[in-house]
Design a protein around this ligand. Structure first.
Ligand SMILES: [Zn+2]
Length: 146
């Protein structure tokens, strides 16, 4: 009884299955290419739609905060999620719902640091003048002038 149970009939059956399904599996390979192409096309379509949504969102936030209307084609979308646009030389960034600006170090002018997120004009004003971006190698305070 035990010998019957351990008889390797299943592997013989598996070989038959492979032979029987040889032709259908070739059809499946063609189908596989189709589903890949379809999935990739859908991904690219959704990425484009996502980028368009990001552009529109930043344009709207800039219109609210600055009164300027930036043409959507002037908005750069990075990695499908970060939207960048410039208004009078100020770089605005929208990531998720967080709108920030990028500024260089107040001491040496180098680097590009991201402001605290802003929702109101006052917060934008703070980011423009109150916030003092500083790179790590620059001193926290300028030495007093004598
Ligand atoms: Zn610096």
């Amino acid at each position: 009884m035990i010998a019957t149970v351990m008889n390797p009939i299943p592997s013989a059956a598996a070989t038959d299955v492979v032979l029987i399904e040889d032709a259908p599996s070739r059809r499946a390979a063609a189908g596989a290419a189709d589903w890949r192409a379809a999935a990739i096309a859908e991904y690219e379509q959704s990425r484009e739609a996502g980028a368009a949504t990001r552009r529109a969102a930043l344009v709207e936030r800039l219109r609210e905060l600055t009164g300027r209307v930036v043409p959507p084609e002037r908005v750069i979308v990075q990695e499908g999620r970060r939207a960048l646009a410039w208004v009078d030389g100020v770089q605005f960034r929208l990531e998720g719902t967080e709108l920030t600006i990028a500024r260089g170090c107040v001491h040496c002018g180098l680097g590009e640091m991201t402001s605290p997120p802003m929702r109101t004009r006052a917060e934008l004003g703070y980011a423009l003048i109150g916030w003092e971006p500083r790179c790590t190698q620059c001193p926290a305070e300028d030495p007093p002038e004598w």
